[in-house]
Write a protein that binds this ligand. Sequence first.
Ligand code: BYC
Length: 332
Amino acid sequence: MYTTELDDNKKKPATVPSAPEDPVRLAAFEARVAADDFIEPKDWMPEAYRKTLIRQISQHAHSEIVGMLPEGNWITRAPSLRRKAVLLAKVQDEGGHGLYLYAAAETLGTSRDEMIEALHSGRAKYSTIFNYPTLTWADIGAIGWLVDGAAIMNQVPLQRTSYGPYARAMVRICKEESFHQRQGYEIMMTLAAGTAEQKRMAQSALDRWWWPSLMMFGPPDDNSPNSAQSMRWRIKRETNDQIRQKFIDVTVPQAEAIDLQVPDPALKWNETRGSYDFGEIDWEEFYAVVRGEGPLAKERMNARVKAWEEGAWVREAAMAHADKRRVRAAAE
Ligand code: BYC
């Protein structure tokens, strides 16, 4: 994460409209959202709603694209042909998710070039999780199980987000994430039931990915400047803490089922709440990674910029081809 604007101690308003909105249109918009209607690209919407969506959807798209890097790193080293084919398919899916999401954001009046420029210049964020290294093959299992598992928890409620194109993109993305989560868990299951060394690899991957995965859900609700408005506009359907808790409750029994230890001594089932109590998340680490100080922040951005520059000829060729077809079609 390259931006440095996040201040963990200060609540800032998410997006402030430049001019007051027409109160009659605003009331009609809010009534539609309250009635669970989808808002579509040509509908009137408050400027702050549009900006919040562009921010969230484009950051989500960037996360998918940057998220291809830690796993892409293992395609040539997958331990079997089957594992390689599955991982290739998964990484391609992430590229597809990025493309649907960029397309959804474009319906709000921004362009692909503007979004990419914001990512490369550090003005736009991407998920903190992708700034951590993938040290062993077990990390590929942990990413599928935990990172895609966390993504599903976050994205299932987004299938009912109030903006139609985002909600529809989420439906397809969630189906694919579900396959990703299972492929990751299956790798972990295999390693955990393997040799002592394989089991150690699986445990070490869980130790390193557990806490960063919990950070994916964002800051705690009482320090989440965008949540209140996004919940009111039904962009977000559940809060950061609610989704984090759901993820923990579902994932801890999965770790137990394959005899791995979640690295949290404070983890304890709370009968009254019907949920797990868990230890303190290191928010200092989270905010440092958000500020661009994550272990691999520079490498990730360099890799993205290099890929963009080296792909310039492909974009030019595609545009030239489209122009030729347009001219040919006009002449027919
Ligand atoms: N990392 O007010 P808050 C995937 C920022 S990809 C970085 O709670 P909001 C996958 C936040 O942006 C999964 N930044 O914000 C891909 C905000 O800063 P700005 C990606 C974070 O938006 C490949 C500030 O902190 N999923 O699954 O209401 C392989 C304050 O936060 C993070 C999505 O993007 C973070 N973890 O809630 C495998 C889901 N957390 O923008 C898997 C869609 C917070 O005001 N996004 N920040 O400068 C969301 O649901 C919401 O945007 C969030 C944050 C829950 C993430």
